[in-house]
Design a protein around this ligand. Structure first.
Ligand code: FES
Length: 106
């Protein structure tokens, strides 16, 4: 199973295993990673699952599609490596991905 490392704003590391095909957001919720709220349940309609993809991984994770980009406008403190974690589907290619959880969500 692919692994994800979440680094929260306080610097704590949360290593979780993701079911293949699950999103980064679903994996965070399942493992109770603090800071990922996901109020809309993954419908790309809330921006409370905002994360910063670690620079080493941003190319592999890809860029947001137009719908995700529109919703990112509602996220707090958006950066070039911002993504909505409900829109990143886990695969073996993303095994080991590192994402940073923002200090606060929108
Ligand atoms: S969970 Fe709402 S946009 Fe990702």
């Amino acid at each position: 199973m692919p692994k994800i490392t979440f680094i929260t704003a306080d610097g704590a590391r949360h290593d979780v295993e993701a079911a293949s095909g699950a999103t980064v957001m679903e994996s965070a919720i399942k493992h109770m990673v603090p800071g990922i709220e996901a109020e809309c349940g993954g419908a790309c309609a809330c921006a409370t699952c905002h994360v910063y993809v670690d620079e080493e991984w941003s190319a592999r994770a890809g860029s947001p599609d137009p719908m995700e980009e529109d919703m990112l406008d509602f996220a707090y403190d958006v950066k070039p490596n911002s993504r909505l974690s409900c829109q990143i589907k886990m695969s073996d290619e993303l095994d080991g991905i590192v994402v940073h959880v923002p200090e606060r969500q929108a």
